[in-house]
Every structure is written in C-alpha cells, then in structure tokens.
Design a protein around this ligand. Sequence first.
Ligand code: BES
Ligand code: ZN
Ligand code: ZN
Length: 499
Amino acid sequence: MEFELAKAKPESVKASLIVVAASGPKLKKGSSLDRMDRQMKGSIRKILKREDFKGKDDESKLIHTHQALPAHAILILGTSFERKGDLAINTLEYLRRGAGQAAKVAKQLKARSLAFDLTSWPPKGFSESEGIQAIVEGILLGAYHFSIYSKEAREKPHPLKSVQILTGRVQAAHRKALKRGQAAADGTCLARDLVNTPACDMTPVRLGKQASGSPSPIQVKVYTKKEIEKMKMGSLLAVGRGSEHPPTLIHMSYRPKGRSRGSIALIGKGVTFDSGGISLKPPSSMETMKDDMAGAAVVIGVMQAVASLHPQVTVHAIVAAAENMPSGSAIKPGDIVKAMNGKTIEVLNTDAEGRLTLADALSFALKKKPDVIIDIATLTGACLVALGERCSGLMGNDNRLMLALRKSAEKCGERIWQLPLIEEYSKDLKSPIADIKNVGGRWGGTIEAGLFLKEFIDGARWAHIDIAGPSWANKDLPYETKGGTGAMVRTLIDFILNY
Ligand code: BES
Ligand code: ZN
Ligand code: ZN
C-alpha cells in the first residue's frame, strides 16, 4: 500500500473512497463537506437530514457520488468526541479508529484508492504530524488480515493500493510521521502474524528463525539447547523439558551510529504453546495458548521498526523460548530447579511457567548492563480478572520509567494501568525448601508474578508489562481483527523514540 501526503481539495480529489469528518448534524459553511455538498447539488445535506445523521462518535455514513465528484464514494465519520469519561480514548485515538473503519469499508467497496481528509478533522489536541501517523496506523492495522493458512483469504487480498492523506501543508515532519506510522503498523502486523501462526509451526526454533530474519542493522544470535545448558539456565530448560521441541534463547541487538543516548533491554515471554504442563489447563483455557509467545512477537515487531527508524539508543531484545508440554520428561509439581543466577525455585504449579522462562531471560539481560529493562509477557490470567481484556498491567521498581511507558501508551491509544508491587505479598513466595517458589497465595496473582520477577532483577531499573488480556482479541475491533493484536508494539516504539 502506497501512502502519499497531498495538499489537495477533497472536492477535486480522484479516489474510490474519500473519508471526511463531521462533528455534528449541520455542515459548517466552507468546510470540506459543505463544498462537496455544493458540487453534489445539496444531496449530502439531504441524505444526512433524511437519515437523521447526528455526527456522533461511531456514527458513519457512506454516500455514493454518482460521478458528481471525482471521488466515487464519501465516508462521513461522526466526531463529536463525547466519550469524555474514558481518558485513554483521546482525540488521536478517535482518528486512528476512524482510519481503521475506513480501511474496512474500503475492503467492502473493493476500493483501490482512498483519500483521508485530515483537514476536515475538528480541533484536536494533536499536531498534524501526530494525526498523519495515526491515520497511517489505523488504515494499515484496519486492513490487516491473516491469510497464510486460508486459500480464500489469500485470493482476496485487501484491495487498497494507494492512500492519500490531505493535509494543510506538506513538510519534512509530516513525511517523518508517515514513516513512523508505517514502521509502527508493520511491526504490529508482524507481531500479529507471529501470534496467529499456530504452535505446530511456531516452535521455539522457528521463533529464533523469525528473529534471525530481522532486517539489518539488527544483529541476532540464537542459542541452542546445548548452549542454554552451558549457560546453566535451569529454569528455562525445566519449562521446555516436556516438549519434543527444544528451547531457544534469542538475543537481538541494535546499536545506533554515533553516540548512543543509552541502552534498553526488552524481554518478551516466548512460550510457543502453554498447555500448563503436568498442571494441565482445561481445554477451553488452552484454545488460545498459541498466544503465549505474544511478548516475544512484540519485541520482534519492535526490533523490525527500530531497524527502519534508527533511534539514537542501543536496544537489546531477548526471548527465552520454550514449549510447555506434559510428558514423561516434563517437570512435575514439587520439582526444584536452579536458575542461571544460582537461585533455586520450587515449581509447585507447572502452569506458572512464564516467570520461570523470564527469570533466566532477566539474568541474561543483566549481563548486558542496560540502563533499563522492560519485560512484556502474557503472564497471568489474574490480569484479565483485574483489568479486563483490553488493558495491560504495569508494574516495576522505577516510577520515572513507568510514567514514560504510561505516557507513550496514552499517546498510542493503548490502555495500561499500574499495579502496586506490594512488598508484604512477597512472603507468599517463600519456600520452606528452596530459595523461592513459583506460585504465591490465592489472591493478587498478577502482583505475585511481578514480585517473583523482581527477585531476578538485582536492583536494576525495571518495568514489567502483563499483556495477557490485550494481546488477543476475541472479536473484531475498529483496527484490530480477531486473534493476535500486537498490543504494546506501538507503545514500546514510541517509548524508544522518546528515550
Ligand atoms: N499463559 C498463562 C497466562 C494467561 C492466561 C495468558 C490467560 C493469557 C490468557 C500463564 O502461564 C498461566 O497459566 N498462569 C497461571 C498462573 C497460576 C498457575 C499461578 C494463571 O494465570 O492461571
Ligand atoms: Zn501457564
Ligand atoms: Zn503461560
């Protein structure tokens, strides 16, 4: 899909579909829609009146121009900005959602070209550059479809070939925003593809191959099971022990040209399938467990964007990949394993495996001496209980770092909420016979998991993001489709660019 910025009048733009905003039932004199209406001899006003269009959010109207305009059809999006109670849905997110919806309408219409009139969007609270980025993201994410395994889907690719964004001016900052939007959306779509690929194909070795395919200048080293044994990652090895597919440890790194502003380590949970192991999950909970490598997918997606945006910071991405399966060789409840940093862990529930893989990934990351560590993981079902399906949990030991992540998330329209790492709860993780156990008490499972990870941080600046909810969508959303969502890819890219 080709994107282009243009300083053109919507009434003279040639496109299969043109997208214009309306903030109320009346068209303002001199506005884009007013001018189009005049060329269509008042029929836009007539249709909107007849169909009682109010211009409310989520309201939209498709009007065919019947050759009265160079554009074949007009999609009018309501933008009254009424959902004021929900602070995460800012005006920029409305725009992104509108663009996502436009991509879906374009598909129904088999539209090959689309023009999005940013100048018609009411003010705003965001810059034109930010608006451009949001439109590009919304359209590319809304057009996403996972087609690898379906003949029908492969034969019906998204029809859009070209997109014009109509702006007041075209300047260097706008082109930069366009590039950012493309990189962020492409990284998100890559993460979606990796999550949607079934676990029979997306094994730990395959995940390593995917990372190795990262564009230059990303460097990648994939450690084999033998090398993992040499590094004494007993915790990661324990999780992979029941599976036919050996674990891998993936290290991707990016170094900027010139002076680096600092270094960031991203760690993604890469459990390519979570059956629960011997502490087997019930069938219904297993249906979506190919999603348990979503954290890994996120960091691979972020690194792809890093390769094209060249931030002035060093970025490491680390994945300890394993498949959690029950078998004769699997770890059993009550087993004690020794992590890379020498700590012994009593494994009482083999379904709390994510923290075991992350423990060794964190120790590996510490050796790179990054300024900050951010891990991202589909870690606990309890996070879904606490925050629901569309909100990530945030924990950590550094308020400045967490504030920066929250700011980026808000800008990107991704929901995140901070939970406290309550020190008193740590005593639930005490084991009578090992240094720590892998499950806590009955309550506060998300916090308990965060506290477990904290035991492997060794005082480094660290944040933990639990994406158990938002990494997966059970139904289509404005710019998401059922399946993997790539949640947090955009937030992390924004965080890196602003570091
Ligand atoms: N991968 C799951 C967490 C999860 C649940 C992700 C639902 C996405 C949707 C994780 O490994 C797990 O099973 N956690 C257990 C921990 C418990 C045994 C302490 C859980 O949440 O039930
Ligand atoms: Zn599990
Ligand atoms: Zn898991």
